[in-house]
Design a binder for this molecule. Structure first.
Ligand code: K2U
Ligand code: ZN
Length: 173
C-alpha cells in the first residue's frame, strides 16, 4: 500500500478523458487500495485515478463525516450516472488537486450511479447530499473536468494563477 503524490492543477493529465477498465485484476485492486490510502491521508472524501496521473476510470469515496461513525470506503470502477434529479443543490467545493481553493458549484441534488466493484460485480445506488456532490465531482475528474470549469473565466484564471505560483514555490523547496 502506497501513498501516492496527487497532481496539482494545471496539469495536462488532469484534463484527459480516462479509459474504461476492462478487467478488475490484481493491479486494479492494488491501485484502488493505494487510492483509498492516499485519499484518507490527504485527507479527502473522494479521489479519482487521474489525480494520481493514472488515466483509468476508477474513483474512491468515503463521505462519512460523523466523528466515530463507521467509515464507508467505496471503490467505483467505470462509474456512470444513469439518472439525475431535476432538483439542484449548491455546495462549496474544494479539490485535492487545487489545494485551499473553494467555490460554490451547483449540481443535481440526487444522482443514480451504476459501476463495477472490486469483485467485478455491477452495483447501482442513488446518492444524495454530500455523497451526491462527491460522486459527481469524481466522475467529472474521469472526464478531465475540474470544479473550476463551472466558474466564470476570471475566477478560474485567478485560481489557476495561484496554483502556478504554488507549484513554482513547491519546486523550489
Ligand atoms: O476529488 C477531490 O479532489 C476530493 C474532493 C472531493 C469533493 C470535493 C467537493 C465536494 C465534495 C467532495 C475534496 O477535496 S475532499 C476534501 C473535502 C472534504 C469535505 C468537503 C469538501 C472537500
Ligand atoms: Zn477534485
Amino acid at each position: 500500500m502506497t501513498i501516492r503524490p496527487i497532481l496539482i492543477h494545471p496539469d495536462p493529465r488532469l484534463k484527459k478523458v480516462a479509459d474504461p477498465v476492462d478487467t478488475v485484476d490484481a493491479e486494479v485492486r492494488a491501485l484502488a487500495e493505494d487510492m483509498l490510502e492516499t485519499m484518507y491521508d490527504a485527507p479527502g472524501i473522494g479521489l479519482a485515478a487521474p489525480q494520481l496521473g493514472i488515466t483509468r476510470r476508477i474513483i474512491t469515496m468515503d463521505c462519512v463525516k460523523e466523528e466515530g461513525a463507521e467509515p464507508r470506503p467505496m471503490v467505483l470502477i467505470n462509474p456512470r450516472i444513469t439518472w439525475a434529479s431535476e432538483e439542484r443543490s449548491t455546495y462549496e467545493e474544494g479539490c485535492l488537486s487545487i489545494p485551499d481553493q473553494y467555490a460554490e458549484v451547483e449540481r443535481p441534488a440526487e444522482v443514480e450511479v451504476t459501476w463495477m466493484d472490486v469483485d467485478g460485480q455491477t452495483q447501482q445506488e442513488r446518492f444524495d447530499g454530500l455523497w451526491s456532490t462527491c460522486v459527481q465531482h469524481e466522475i467529472d475528474h474521469l472526464d478531465g473536468k475540474l470544479f473550476i470549469d463551472y466558474l466564470g473565466p476570471m475566477k478560474r484564471q485567478m485560481i489557476t494563477r495561484k496554483m502556478v505560483k504554488l507549484k513554482r514555490e513547491r519546486a523550489r523547496t
